[in-house]
Design a protein around this ligand. Structure first.
Ligand code: GLN
Length: 303
């Protein structure tokens, strides 16, 4: 398959959309990103990588980190995690408080903020360092030891993190956090603030395409758990736009307000597209357009 041509076409499809998006404003350190930036990379299960545009420019992965945190928490702690977080689409914004009260402090799924805070708390209990565990995993899978947490973004998130603090305190009041709220928040902000480029993020996603097998051949997740994580990504990975994402792209995927989207094609590989301009729901307009074009023109699909 001519991956270079497919990626070039996908970029062309995305370019007219870039002006329609706006960088995340509620985290000031992200607001100054250039909405004209666009990058895209695909990594095959064998570790072959192709890219286009700004595919080697690092960006803030934000909520894409939630998929790695979930996989690591399941690896270390097993299925008991599912007693503390559900796996239904939320149909609500990623930082909504309303549903949590109605559902007694048990978040709808691990990919909205409340769910990711619970996962971070579990990972912190299991490993002693949730942010560091995600960082180490990303370094190992991408083969890039220089990957780092962007301290300015983490500080900006913490300074403007009232809503995440509210979610965490609320869950603590229901007994659904094991560690002090401030610690859970610090680890959550740390893994959200990791900077990575499309090349490294696509490579890091390939363990899910290999049904749970890491780059070094060891197993992170059993085949069933890899299937389940992919399924939750498909139904919940793009918040209250998961239905539209499934319709347009048709792949398990996770978006972040840094403008990245990582999509998984089981058995084939992972694709990462990035452009900082977001739609009203918080998904990248350019990345979405590029992924839609890519899956329309290639056989990288689960359907
Ligand atoms: N959707 C996102 O990428 C949100 C992540 C961001 N760190 C937040 O907590 O709001």
């Amino acid at each position: 398959m001519d991956y270079a041509a497919l990626l070039t076409r996908a970029r062309e499809a995305a370019l007219p959309a870039l002006d329609r998006g706006r960088p995340a404003g509620y985290i000031p350190a992200l607001a100054c990103a250039d909405p004209r930036s666009f990058g895209m990379a695909l990594a095959t299960v064998d570790g072959e990588v192709h890219g286009v545009g700004d595919w080697r420019k690092p960006f803030s992965i934000q909520s894409i980190s939630k998929l790695f945190a979930l996989a690591l928490a399941l690896h270390h702690g097993g299925p008991s995690l599912w007693r503390r977080v559900n796996r239904e689409p939320s149909g609500n914004p990623f930082n909504s408080l309303i549903q949590l009260e109605a559902e007694q402090g048990v978040p709808r799924n691990p990919f909205i903020n409340a769910g990711a805070l619970v996962v971070t708390d579990a990972l912190l209990s299991l490993t002693g360092d949730a942010g560091g565990s995600v960082l180490d995993f990303l370094r190992a899978e991408s083969g890039s030891p220089g990957i780092a947490i962007d301290g300015d973004v983490a500080a900006s998130e913490a300074e403007h993190g009232h809503r995440n603090a509210a979610l965490a305190h609320f869950m603590a009041s229901f007994g659904n956090l094991e560690n002090p709220v401030e610690e859970v928040l610090a680890h959550y902000f740390a893994h959200c603030s990791i900077s990575l480029d499309c090349h490294d993020l696509a490579l890091a996603g390939t363990f899910l395409a290999r049904h749970g097998i890491r780059a070094d051949g060891s197993r992170l997740l059993g085949r069933s758990d890899a299937k389940r994580v992919n399924a939750v990504l498909l139904t919940c990975g793009t918040y209250d736009a998961a239905g539209d994402f499934a319709y347009r792209v048709g792949l398990p995927g996770k978006s972040g307000v840094g403008g990245g989207i990582l999509a998984i094609v089981p058995g084939r590989g992972a694709v990462c597209a990035w452009s900082p301009g977001l739609d009203a729901i918080g998904n990248s307009v350019g990345a979405l357009a590029a992924l839609e074009d890519f899956t329309e023109r290639s056989d990288w699909s689960v359907f």
